[in-house]
Design a protein around this ligand. Structure first.
Ligand SMILES: Cc1cc2nc3c(=O)[nH]c(=O)nc-3n(C[C@H](O)[C@H](O)[C@H](O)COP(=O)(O)O)c2cc1C
Ligand SMILES: Nc1ncnc2c1ncn2[C@@H]1O[C@H](COP(=O)(O)OP(=O)(O)OP(=O)(O)O)[C@@H](O)[C@H]1O
Length: 313
């Protein structure tokens, strides 16, 4: 997949069928939009493309002053879209100036100007200043330079499948409910770093994972997870928290995974944690023995979960 710099001339770009959206998480609704752009590309003899934005519009428009966190930070989003078999991806730097473009200016510069011959977007897609352009105004703004398809609302349990809904489920720890919306389990990519080396001595060695702070981290607690190491998936349990049994004033959340049937040195490796099921709260135990007994129980609970859900793995 190629990424174009945006100072391109129209004649340098092949005619495109382009999906439009922010696409955080590339959930099942997004996948319909993107795959329809690909289908139309094949049917109309065009190249397929996705146009997305970075950072999230809320950073620039000031609705969300907090550090923004994503279901899929940009590099992850690019990877997922690439796997859908899209030829080109345009990542528009979302600035105040861009947000201020009139709907017609956006269409002229970013759609017609990029040689787009077919547009695909969802029923609620908006464009241009204050989101004034929408799928009803698109025929007018298109100047008959391109055709378009509108993807109807994909719902699950009578509610729209949306990035907002997925973000709030994730923040409530409901990782097990995500596959219905995301089309896969939630994953975070990170690097294995050194911890306090205590895990080994209590019989539960753990990989401490440094996860990019652009990811949404599920709430504190213990989870059934799978982790991908060197292209192989392993089952395990993960603790997200401050390890209160040992640390009085820890400031940084640690994410550590104990894998079953695994004994390799993986410091410095990139790994993917796949979040499956919230098991319990993190607790302060009176001693190591009590903690170890509980982790053994966590392991049994996770093994039971994976056994029951065997058909998926
Ligand atoms: C499945 C699992 C559950 C855990 N639960 C707790 C907990 O409830 N409270 C706690 O203080 N630490 C908990 N821990 C963290 C352990 O205290 C930690 O793994 C151990 O101290 C080793 O830390 P280290 O890797 O920094 O050496 C848990 C770890 C795992 C793997
Ligand atoms: N459930 C859905 N059904 C059909 N199209 C959708 C659905 N969700 C999003 N889309 C479309 O996918 C594209 C990307 O949407 P967007 O990035 O705004 O996602 P979203 O899930 O609607 O996000 P948010 O929760 O922030 O509103 C848009 O064209 C949008 O209309």
């Amino acid at each position: 997949m190629l990424e174009f710099p945006l100072n391109l001339e129209k004649q340098d770009i092949p005619p495109l069928s382009m999906a439009l959206g922010y696409f955080d998480g590339v959930h099942r609704g997004h996948q319909q939009v993107i795959l329809e752009a690909k289908r139309q590309a094949i049917q109309l003899g065009l190249s397929s493309a996705v146009m997305t934005f970075d950072p999230h519009p809320s950073v620039v428009l000031g609705k969300d002053k907090r550090h923004v966190q994503y279901i899929s930070p940009l590099t992850e989003k690019i990877k997922i879209i690439e796997q859908l078999g899209i030829d080109y991806m345009f990542i528009v730097h979302f600035t105040a100036e861009f947000a201020n473009l009139l709907p017609q200016e956006f269409i002229d510069q970013y759609i017609i100007g990029l040689n787009v011959k077919h547009v695909v977007a969802g029923f609620d897609y908006t464009y241009g200043r204050m989101g004034k352009g929408n799928m009803e105004t698109l025929p007018f703004h298109s100047r008959e330079e391109f055709t378009f398809s509108v993807i109807p609302e994909l719902t699950e349990g009578n509610e729209k499948v949306s990035s907002t809904r997925i973000r709030s489920l994730l923040r409530e720890g409901k990782a097990d409910l995500l596959p219905n919306l995301l089309g896969r389990y939630y994953t975070t990519t990170g690097i294995v770093i050194h911890g306090d080396k205590r895990g080994r001595t209590i019989g539960f060695p753990t990989a401490n994972i440094d996860v990019d702070d652009e990811y949404i981290i599920p709430p504190l607690g213990v989870y059934s997870v799978r982790m991908k190491v060197n292209n192989t998936w392993y089952q395990g349990v993960c603790n997200v928290g401050y390890k209160p049994t040992f640390n009085q004033n820890a400031k940084k959340i640690s994410i550590e995974v104990h894998l079953f049937e695994f004994d390799q040195d993986i410091y410095g490796e990139e790994v993917v944690v796949e979040w499956h099921l919230y098991l319990r709260k993190e607790q302060k135990f009176s001693g190591i023995e009590e903690l170890v007994r509980q982790i053994e129980q966590d392991k049994q609970n996770a093994l039971h979960y994976f056994k029951e859900n065997r058909q998926i793995f």
